[in-house]
Design a protein around this ligand. Structure first.
Ligand SMILES: Cc1ncc(COP(=O)(O)O)c(C=O)c1O
Length: 381
């Protein structure tokens, strides 16, 4: 007999890993102060872009001597701009343990055709971080969004490194402590932990990354959209909000509103606490049920944003079909939207736990997971 449906549903069933749930207080009226219908280079637009940059610095605790720029093409744009602008001066070491990291490997090996050491691990695992040579330029993803595996900390990054670290932190920023002294290039997009809009990427450069930009010119042509220097000097304006091309001022307003909300919940530590509480609710559920487990093998690497789960019940005949059907049942009931595993990842579920998600919604969703699991076991039989 299938178990009864739970009596209540999450108030907000949006658990997608990007674009992620908007801030809990979001309404469209909150964007009414957007600087629309005029140049982003007018004083009002420039002020807002600058506020987006400085608000990012304040909440993430980014050192005053780091540069923060708003760049085109979301996180992908920011990562590719960094790789195309900085790599090639020395050997690259590429670390990947899921789909996005693998995409950066493809860029470097197949497109830039660089001399690179590639270290990969299967979904659920992480590469041997102790073996990384930080005298190479190291490219890695802080939180692997599609496997739910994150680096536990930055201790493996040498303080006296000669290479640069290029870190895709798109599903980590605003949910995890990022050690800025270990990160030379950090990227993220607004559509992730703060529930902002896609389209714009954030590019954060350490003084050493700036030094590389000013002392090294790659051998390949650089399209305008990637150009960070002019005449061998950093284009400083980009890091004051003079964007390379036209940004969406509606998306900028939305990000400013999200930053305000982040302040209201206690800034970075408040956001980390919210993500941890969400993840703990899932961990408690996993502990109590022997048919589900984290995809991440090492508890120290379990993400507190993109939490990836696998079904472990031996009665399941076709793992991929089973997981898809569970997600479909939950979506049809309005209990959870977009929680299927990423298309390239092993079969399972992925539940976003970043700070814009309310713990009460995770708690209200989990009984539906139990219901959907039991219903699917029965349907399969
Ligand atoms: C780790 C990681 N890198 C890059 C991206 C691509 O981000 P965007 O679509 O914002 O460029 C994603 C999106 O989910 C991601 O999770």
């Amino acid at each position: 007999m299938a178990i009864e449906q739970p009596a209540t549903r999450p108030a907000n069933p949006r658990f997608s890993s990007g674009p992620c749930a908007k801030i809990p207080t979001f309404t469209l009226d909150k964007l009414s102060d957007a600087a629309l219908g005029r140049s982003h280079r007018a004083a009002v637009g420039k002020d807002k872009l600058k506020a987006a940059i400085e608000g990012t610095r304040e909440i993430l605790g980014i050192p005053a001597d780091y540069k923060i720029g708003i760049v085109p093409a979301s996180d992908t744009g920011a990562v590719e701009m960094a790789m195309w602008s900085l790599l090639g001066e020395r050997k690259a070491e590429m670390l990947a343990w899921e789909s996005f990291g693998s995409g950066w490997v493809t860029d470097v090996v197949k497109q830039l055709k660089l001399d690179a050491e590639v270290k990969t691990a299967e979904y659920g695992e992480i590469v041997d971080l102790a073996s990384v040579d930080c005298n190479n330029d190291v490219v890695f993803t802080w939180n692997g969004t599609t496997s739910g595996v994150r680096v536990p900390n930055g201790d493996w990054i040498a303080d006296d490194r000669e290479g640069l670290t290029i870190c895709d932190a798109t599903s980590a920023a605003f949910a995890m402590d990022l050690p800025w002294d270990k990160l030379d290039v950090t990227t993220f997009s607004w559509q992730k932990v703060l529930g902002g809009e896609a389209a714009h990427g954030m590019l954060i450069l350490s003084p050493r990354a700036v030094e590389r930009l000013e002392s090294y010119t790659p051998a390949w042509p650089m399209p305008k959209i990637f150009r960070l220097t002019k005449g061998g000097k950093l284009i400083e304006g980009i890091f004051r909000g003079e964007t390379i091309n036209t940004p969406s001022m509606l998306a900028v307003e939305d990000y400013l509103v999200a930053l305000d909300w982040a302040r209201s919940v206690g800034g970075l530590q408040g956001l980390i606490g919210r993500a941890n509480a969400n993840t703990k609710a899932i961990a408690d559920f996993v502990e109590l049920h022997d048919w589900i487990d984290f995809l991440a093998h090492d508890p120290a690497t379990v993400s507190n944003t993109s939490v990836c789960l696998k079904f472990t019940d031996e009665r399941i005949k076709d793992g991929a079909a089973f997981a898809k059907s569970v997600a479909k049942r939950m979506e049809a009931e309005g209990a959870a939207l977009d929680i299927g595993a990423y298309r390239d990842a092993p079969a399972g579920l992925r539940i976003w736990c970043g700070g814009t998600v309310e713990t009460s919604d995770i708690e209200a969703m989990l009984p539906w997971l139990e219901w959907a699991f039991q219903a699917e076991i029965e349907a399969q039989a």
